[in-house]
Design a protein around this ligand. Structure first.
Ligand SMILES: [Zn+2]
Length: 1202
């Protein structure tokens, strides 16, 4: 294996020879895709050789420096001609380590595979051999979560869901791999390399499946930036683990016949076939764009590399460095760039040669050609002790130390003769900038000459102006880039953290502000004007300082912009000054500033935000935010490590730029499913996503958490200011309606009877505080209290449900022609604001359902109209117009709201089902566990894994499982058998619900010791395999059996061997094999089989089943329960599988699990609607009027008597 940096010529020759592409004319066909799993045995993969071109290329290639450029190769010192374009190297990123390793065998095989493995800053790749250009597997280093030594010269590389096992030839070799991999993927490292690859310009242009000629399965192909990536499937793409990447700077796209096209490279032809003609055009276009991008990306790099010294990293000598510090005039490699970034932009302004195309003006490029790494190092690295020098293989730690010493401390610089003499330095600078000697300027500036010094010439007051006057553009360029550079100081030894990407510091702002003393705790009370002092504040490229006055040169204090973690704008008139804002620092200090001028305030806020928000989050700056800053967060896919995100709060919307996200995302806080604060973690649950925001520091986290909680609450008293559901219905309305639907439809006089006033008020208050946290539970709330909460909510809501249009609705009742009246209502309905519309529709749907069950609840159309007319229109109920509107809406519900009658029928069926179910349950038995809002856990029972799910009557276990997985954004794969389990903690048993099983009846039957848990069913695969092998699903055999016997209130019993037979109808127990008469017999359908036996019973093996027997028909009080123990796990699984198979007619698992998931998602969630004849309106107009006239001002107090 290559050792680093030794100059042994033999060694070198050896290495160079690996790096050559094979001269053999027949390429290896199977090297690309025949990896471990699916793609093993194809004969001819259809990579066509390109003999002529290949040979040519090889000729060229051999005359060039190795462009594989292992940075471990010895440096020859010789600079060769620039490579031709097509050859700007298949791999520009320097290789950090490579060598032969054995990879663990694919499943089922015992033979290790020998692989050529290469590691660079971005990827770990392995190849069939050292000559291959295209890998068999490509693993981004950023997705590696761990690297561990596992003995026997082996080590494993762990990614989020896959572990790769490698074996080296020796322990030392293995240790080297582990250490270099750990260094590459350690937490700090990952962060830096992610930031460096985080480039908004690189977007994924096109992705999808493409057939690669000769392969049986299609490959998931992604055109992204200047590369094309091939993945085995979309799943792998999401996980980031690919087969190979194709650098498009050497690519060419050719149209072939029909749906085929070729991507040719000097090494291989990829013959693709698109799914349609149209897609083929799109693919070809996307790949051509990618080639164009690749070529243009190299434009700047090629120019900069025109100076031979720039072809090696200024710090570690790695070849083809792609990054530069535009103020220091050095070019360096990606790994060194990470450390430069850590110095902060006031020391090193890091830019990419490939990606930051815009900064590379002609002058800047010329400057880099003029200075170049050699001349720059003549200054920066004049005195490097050999022991401290970096090599291309140095670790991150070594780099950090060296680069900090070199540029922050100036430890190795060549001291200028004038060093220490400020006046002379400045003077020398002013003279020198008039010449073209930029290197001298560089030496002067980095030894302390002030680029902003006074030239003594009022017309050309700065060195830059002098240089400009003398036509020295490159001097001007250099001075401009260093306007705000911190001069190296050897005494400064600050711990350097490459924490986060910093914005380019080019913001300047100054003026007077009023400031209080900084604080270490949140501001809770108003600060009067007297507590503020007037300060001259200067924001200048990365520093914010405040001074006693604008005449004084020494600041009173200040902070660096990179220390700012949050900026919050207070509402006007919070403090003595009308406008104020707070700055939170890294060091847990809070600074409060005020002014009476809104314009001043706006400008300061803008400038400060601009100077600490990085480019990757700059979109946030466009917002009229009240709070902006950085927070750490976690997502459920990777709870171990947290990442940095940029957040900005605008009213009730949280805008976020996440480290791994794609641009800016928005979270509507009023529509969250859940918001909770758990110590120092704020949990935001949206449909399809959960975000954990962590309190890295207390002070700003506290501010954020309170602001987010406030924003997620109701912001006012109108409908649209309430906490809303995804369907734009106030949460309070939805929860009340669901509760009444579940428990109140059979309650006589529902909505008419009054509840208990104090309870109603308390519940309403709880809803107003945070509707999302109110879970209505049977037993805790009475239906009449809940129904009155709903009514009172509508009565109190500002602007009312019908908004400003109320009088138009009321006057519509005068239209006598029914169809004209209906269309008038439709018109009015369509003109309602969004939230009002959704709410009205939902409410009328609910009232429609209520009156459909009026035989039980006595609330017919008329009665409901009497109650809801005055409530919704907020009138006194003296005339019946309001009631008429409600009556019309309910009666013509289907027409006015364009209701799908089939859906309405389904909804009514469900309600009937719920009513029946509840009738059957003895309300006296069992605790109040029948919440229709149910708590379900994911993977384990703990608070953070808790989800509240509404369980509609028709919901199946599979649907519930999907709902939970969706919410937590969990990707489901074909062989992941996610199931919903019924878990009984007291009995220590569990049972996977059958996927078609309805959840609601189970919920109603669960005791307090039980809960629902969604997790993977690890025995499912084995059970399916077992069942597939059986022709006739029956089973018999010996089991250890124990029956619970109750003697004098004590349960006793022991396990005894018994012979059992299980067939399609019954489960029989025999005393022994020879018995011909069963001692006991149970119908299989009436058995509930659970896995597990509680330990207290001392089961003889750990493979037990608990069986409950209860007949559906008889309401027997006694429930039989007994226990079976198997000798092995396999045996237990077989019994269990047989039970399930018989009970569910052989269907244990849906044939197309993943597809059924998609189907369940697209199924309409909205289950309102149907065609049912309406209950006729009873009574004449007069009778109705009389009944309403009986009401006085407060209908609530009267309704109870109706
Ligand atoms: Zn380097």
């Amino acid at each position: 294996m290559d050792k680093c940096g030794n100059g042994d010529p033999l060694d070198m020759a050896d290495k160079s020879s690996f790096l050559l592409v094979p001269g053999q004319s027949k390429p290896r066909y199977n090297s690309l895709c025949s990896d471990d799993e699916l793609l093993e045995d194809e004969g001819d993969l259809g990579y066509e050789p390109v003999p002529d071109k290949r040979d040519l290329w090889i000729e060229d290639y051999s005359s060039l420096p190795s462009s594989q450029n292992s940075i471990c190769l010895p440096i020859t010192g010789q600079v060769l001609a620039r490579p031709p374009k097509a050859d700007s190297a298949p791999q520009l990123t320097p290789v950090i380590k490579m060598g032969w390793l054995d990879k663990n065998p694919p499943q089922g095989s015992l033979i290790y595979q020998r692989r050529w493995v290469k590691l660079d800053a971005d990827y770990l790749r392995y190849f069939d051999n050292e000559k291959d250009i295209y890998s068999k597997r490509i693993i981004p280093t950023s997705s590696i979560t761990g690297v561990a030594n596992v003995g026997d010269q082996k080590f494993e590389v762990v990614t989020h869901n896959r572990t790769f096992l490698f074996r080296a030839e020796s322990d030392s070799e293995r240790n080297e791999w582990v250490s270099v991999l750990q260094d590459m993927t350690g937490p700090a490292r990952t962060r830096v390399s992610r930031e460096l690859t985080l480039n908004p310009l690189v977007t994924c242009e096109m992705k999808g499946y493409l057939e690669l000629r000769g392969l049986r399965s299609k490959l998931y192909t992604v055109v992204c930036g200047d590369k094309v990536f091939l993945y085995k499937n979309a799943e792998d793409y999401k996980l980031g683990i690919g087969i190979t990447s194709i650098d498009m700077n050497v690519g060419n796209v050719k149209d072939m016949d029909r749906r085929a096209f070729d991507l040719t490279t000097p090494y291989r032809i990829f013959s693709f076939v698109a799914e349609t003609d149209q897609l083929k055009d799109q693919w070809m276009e996307a790949m051509r764009n990618s080639i164009a991008e690749a070529l243009s990306n190299y434009e700047v790099a090629e120019k900069i590399w025109g100076e031979p010294a720039n072809q090696k990293c200024a710090d570690c000598d790695a070849t083809k460095p792609e990054w530069a510090a535009i103020n220091l005039c050095v070019v360096f490699c990606k790994r060194c760039a990470g450390e430069h970034r850590g110095l902060g932009p006031s020391i090193s302004k890091v830019r990419s040669l490939k990606m930051d195309k815009k900064v590379w003006t002609d002058d800047l490029i010329q400057l880099f050609l003029l200075v170049g790494n050699d001349r720059a190092n003549h200054f920066w690295a004049a005195n490097v002790p050999p022991s401290e020098a970096l090599s291309a293989c140095s670790s991150s730690e070594e780099r950090r130390r060296f680069i900090t010493a070199k540029y922050r401390e100036g430890k190795y610089r060549r001291y200028h003769a004038l060093f220490g003499n400020q006046k002379e330095l400045d003077n020398a600078l002013c003279i020198n900038v008039q010449s073209n000697d930029v290197c001298e300027t560089l030496a002067l500036v980095f030894c302390g000459a002030d680029v902003n010094c006074d030239t003594g010439n009022p017309d050309l007051s700065s060195p830059a102006a002098l240089a400009m006057h003398h036509g020295q553009n490159l001097q001007v360029e250099f001075l401009t880039q260093n306007r705000n550079t911190e001069i190296p100081r050897s005494e400064v030894k600050i711990a350097v953290h490459a924490e986060h990407y910093m914005a380019p510091p080019s913001i300047t702002h100054n003026g007077f502000l009023f400031k209080t003393a900084s604080m270490a705790r949140p501001i809770t009370e108003r600060k009067n004007k007297e507590e503020f002092s007037r300060r001259w504040c200067v924001l200048n490229d990365g520093n914010f300082n405040y001074y006693e006055s604008d005449k004084i040169a020494t600041p009173n204090g200040g902070l660096k912009m990179r220390e700012i973690v949050c900026l919050a704008v207070s509402p006007p008139e919070t403090h003595g000054y009308d406008h104020s804002f707070e700055i939170y620092s890294d060091a847990e200090r809070l600074y409060l500033f005020g002014t009476d001028n809104p314009e001043t305030m706006r400008e300061w806020v803008k400038s400060i935000a601009k100077s600490f928000i990085p480019a990757c989050a700059e979109d946030l700056l466009q917002k009229d935010f009240e709070r902006i800053g950085r927070l750490r967060y976690k997502d459920p896919l990777n709870l171990e490590s947290s990442k940095v995100g940029w957040f900005c709060l605008v009213a009730s919307t949280l805008h976020v730029c996440l480290e791994d996200g794609h641009g800016q995302e928005t979270i509507h806080l009023q529509k969250l499913l859940e918001l909770s604060r758990d110590n120092e973690v704020l949990v935001l649950v949206e449909r399809g996503r959960t975000l954990y925001i962590e309190g890295e520091r207390k002070l700003d986290f506290y501010g954020w958490a309170s602001a987010i909680e406030r924003a997620a609450g109701s912001s006012g008293d109108t409908l649209s200011q309430q906490q809303l559901t995804e369907a734009d219905i106030p949460v309070i309305v939805e929860r009340c309606i669901h509760y009444i639907t579940q428990y109140g439809l059979t309650s006589e006089g529902i909505y008419r009877k009054s509840g208990v006033n104090s309870k109603i008020a308390a519940l309403l208050e709880a809803f107003r505080r945070d509707a999302r946290s109110v879970w209505l539970k049977e037993g805790e709330q009475q239906v009449d209290d809940v129904s009155n909460v709903l009514k009172r909510f509508f009565r109190d809501i500002e602007e009312g449900l019908f908004s400003q249009q109320a009088h138009n609705w009321l006057s519509t009742t005068a239209v006598s022609d029914e169809s004209r009246r209906i269309s008038q209502y439709q018109l009015l309905f369509n003109n309602l604001p969004r939230v009002n519309k959704a709410t009205l529709r939902t409410l009328v749907n609910h009232l429609y359902c209520v009156q459909r069950f009026s035989e039980m609840n006595q609330m017919n159309l008329h009665n409901l109209a009497i109650v809801f007319g005055p409530t919704l229109f907020q009138t006194d109920g003296k005339d019946y117009n309001a009631g008429r509107v409600v009556e019309d809406l309910i009666q013509h519900y289907i027409t006015i709201f364009h209701v799908n009658e089939q859906q309405l029928k389904t909804q009514l069926d469900e309600i009937t089902y719920i009513i029946k179910l509840r009738d059957n349950l003895n309300p006296k038995t069992g605790p109040a566990s029948g919440d229709f809002i149910c708590t379900v856990y994911l993977e384990e029972k703990k608070e953070t894994a808790e989800q509240h799910v509404k369980i509609p009557a028709a919901m199946t276990a599979a649907e519930l499982t999907f709902e939970i997985l969706d919410r937590r954004k969990i990707t489901v794969k074909e062989k992941d058998y996610w199931c919903c389990f019924e878990v009984n903690e007291k009995e220590e048993i569990e049972r996977p619900l059958h996927y078609q099983e309805r959840v609601l009846p189970i919920l109603h039957s669960l005791g307090t010791d039980s809960h629902l848990l969604v997790k993977k069913n690890y025995s499912m695969e084995a059970m399916l395999v077992y069942l597939a092998s059986k022709v006739d699903v029956t089973k018999h055999g010996m089991l250890k059996f124990r029956e619970e016997k109750s003697l004098l209130g004590l349960t006793t019993g022991s396990f005894n061997d018994r012979y059992f037979m299980l067939n399609q109808t019954s489960f029989r127990l025999y005393k022994d094999v020879r018995s011909n008469r069963a001692e006991k017999e149970w119908p299989v359908k009436c058995l509930k089989v659970y896995q597990g036996i509680k330990k207290k019973l001392r089961p003889p093996t750990c493979w037990g089943l608990t069986v409950a027997y209860g007949s559906d028909k008889t309401e027997k009080q006694e429930k039989q329960q007994w226990y079976l123990c198997c000798d092995t796990q396999t045996e237990m699984r077989e019994w269990f599988a047989t039970f399930l198979s018989i009970q569910h007619a052989g269907l244990l698992w849906p044939a197309e699990w993943v597809k059924s998931r998609a189907a369940s998602r697209s199924a309409p969630l909205d289950t309102r609607l149907g065609n049912v004849s309406l209950i006729p309106l009873r009574g004449t107009e007069n009778e109705m009027r009389n009944s309403v006239a009986a009401f006085t001002a407060d209908p609530l107090s009267l309704l109870g008597n109706l």
